[in-house]
Design a protein around this ligand. Sequence first.
Ligand code: OFO
Length: 165
Amino acid sequence: MNKKLVDAINTQINYEIESAQVYLAIQSYIATLGLDGFENWFGIQFEEELAHARKFIKYMNDRGARVDIRGYEDPRNEFSSLLETLEVSLAHEKGVTSRINNIMTIAHELKDYSCVSFLQWYVDEQVEEEDNFNNLIEKVKLVKDAGLYILDKELLTRVFVPIVY
Ligand code: OFO
């Protein structure tokens, strides 16, 4: 693989693991609010981010490219409300989408069509990631305390679905 693409994917692998830490920190904060469903939901989000990293790592291994695991910045641990955690999460995912799109641009420039095909999964996944947080923000704004209780119970049912890598 071209070094420029290897470097870009290496950076993204580490950012996916950093994303997992972002959501683990949010999960820890939400645990203090007594919202078991949201706590569960963010725990699944943590698992998904690690799976995103592993899927990239598997692909790099399959292409004979070297993966470098690096250190991370401290995630944010303090928030003022549930809604703020969701808004922070949506902003985070928009940043991830931009990063994935940049890697896709590099893959196109290098005519690495295997990588273009592989990256399409992440392009599609980011639509779902942003949609998830947009939906939760809208729902949390719509419901009052009683509704929040019902929504929280609904989120308890989210389970981690392993991805293929
Ligand atoms: Fe890996 O998609 Fe969220 O961050």
